[in-house]
Design a protein around this ligand. Structure first.
Ligand code: HEM
Length: 408
């Protein structure tokens, strides 16, 4: 399906979000949008509009009745016959699914991963420590979030399998800003997950697994309002979690270390006062939001600033730009550990409204344990070569290579 045709509007910036110019200068592009007094953009490439202002994004995202997710979070119109999950459904289906995920994703559940994450991070550091250098992105930022998700699913994977999933996931996320084939990303792990689900069902039926053993056994055994999940929905959840929870957290981890190594005064402040670690994580999410933005469509004719929108127009909510809105965050591009953490938490890196990220507490746990281990175990940490940006998935803003060295 194609949406209504959009068009350039005088005074509204034209941006090609897939262009090299945008990828190299996105922060300046966002700051120009804020400074120009018209925080909206149009993209002829892909045919959509975008909103950069914090206030307008928040106002739209709390109106799920008006701003729908039914065509999916990407630029493409997810066909109605494709059963989406969570970010691709509206209430009442969303309410049911969010309750189900909310039931599984308790604080106790997320906290139960702490010892395993700590051991994983320390094991990876042990393996490279004597070398005095590594690509921290490859060594830790990439494998950790994927390992955590597979722990949730109750399955270990081998490194080659993980690498294949990672490449495929990035390809899928890369499609989100493409007009066709761009609904929920195709997931490379589909066959793996289907086999694992069948095996988990068999083990449960044979009494070899407990209903609360892992996320899959929970999804299979859960019942809300007399309704159980179909295999199709469970696979949809797992596929979505794999994508939503891994590439994003990977980006956060590398951005965090990169941000600290490139602002030495703030790094020194953090070293001197470890209680600033949670603030450093939030401030990094704010300044370097891992996801540029995701889409909604309007159910009725809508006026948004200078935009007159026909129903079902794709509009990108620019989480990264809203988190740099100077009306909410003074001197927004400055990474500053003197800010008030409650104010910083108004960032939009995890979205806003009913679709706000359900895995945010887990990514914060991963970031905290990762950063503490890096601070504790890698003295004299410094950059050690060219930092390569991640450009394979333009919807993400992050790093693909982070060479670092430390004193041995
Ligand atoms: C730094 C890491 C992460 C970032 C930046 C991030 C970002 C986001 C954003 C922007 C949304 C909103 C989507 C929308 O409104 O259309 C979202 C939703 C979601 N995220 Fe995350 N995410 C992260 C980590 C995770 C993790 C680790 C998980 C789970 C393991 C997860 C699970 C979810 C789920 C289930 C939703 C859908 C909520 C709904 O539609 O009700 N995320 N995330």
């Amino acid at each position: 399906m194609a949406g209504p045709k959009t068009h350039a509007i005088p005074g509204v910036a034209e941006i090609d979000f897939n262009s090299e110019h945008f990828l190299k200068n996105y922060k300046q592009v966002y700051m120009d949008l804020h400074a120009g007094g018209c925080p909206f953009a149009h993209s002829s490439e892909g045919d959509f509009y975008a909103v950069a202002a914090h206030k307008e994004i928040v106002e739209a995202c709390v109106r799920a009745d008006q701003w729908s997710s039914k065509f999916g979070p990407g630029l493409g119109y997810q066909p109605p016959e494709t059963p989406g999950v969570l970010v691709s459904v509206d209430p009442p289906e969303h309410t049911f699914e969010a309750r189900l995920v909310g039931k599984a994703f308790s604080k106790t559940y997320f906290d139960s991963f702490i010892p395993g994450i700590r051991a994983f991070v320390n094991g990876k550091i042990d393996a490279v420590f004597a070398d005095g250098r590594c690509d921290l992105h490859e060594t830790l930022s990439e494998p950790l979030p994927l390992w955590v998700i597979f722990q949730m699913f109750g399955r270990a994977t081998d490194p080659a399998e993980m690498k294949a999933f990672r490449e495929g996931l990035l390809y899928g996320v890369g499609q989100m800003l493409r007009p066709s084939n761009a609904g929920t990303p195709p997931n490379p792990a589909t066959h793996f997950l289907a086999d694992h689900l069948a095996e988990t069902r068999r083990r449960l039926a044979a009494g070899e697994a407990e209903p609360d053993e892992n996320l899959l056994t929970r999804f299979i055994s859960s019942e809300i309002g007399g309704r159980r999940l179909t295999d199709e929905k469970i696979l949809g959840f797992c596929s979505f979690l794999l994508t939503a929870g891994s590439a994003t957290t990977t980006i956060l981890l590398s951005n965090l270390v990169h941000r600290l190594l490139t602002t030495p005064d703030q790094f020194a402040k953090l070293r001197a006062d470890r209680s600033l670690v949670p603030l450093a994580i939030e401030e990094c999410l704010r300044v370097d939001a891992p996801v540029h933005g995701l889409f909604r469509t309007n159910n009725q004719p809508t006026r948004l600033g200078p935009l007159e929108l026909e129903p079902d127009t794709k509009v990108m909510m620019l989480w990264a730009a809203g988190s740099l809105d100077p009306t909410v965050f003074p001197d927004p591009t400055r990474f500053d550990l003197d800010r008030d953490i409650d104010q910083v938490r108004k960032h939009l890196a995890f979205g806003y409204g009913i679709h706000i990220c359900r895995g945010a507490p887990l990514s914060r746990i991963e970031a905290q344990l990762f950063l503490e281990a890096v601070l504790d175990r890698l003295p004299g940490l410094r950059l050690d070569g060219e930092v390569v940006p991640e450009t394979r998935a333009p919807v993400l803003q992050g790093i693909r290579k982070l060479p670092v060295a430390w004193d041995v």
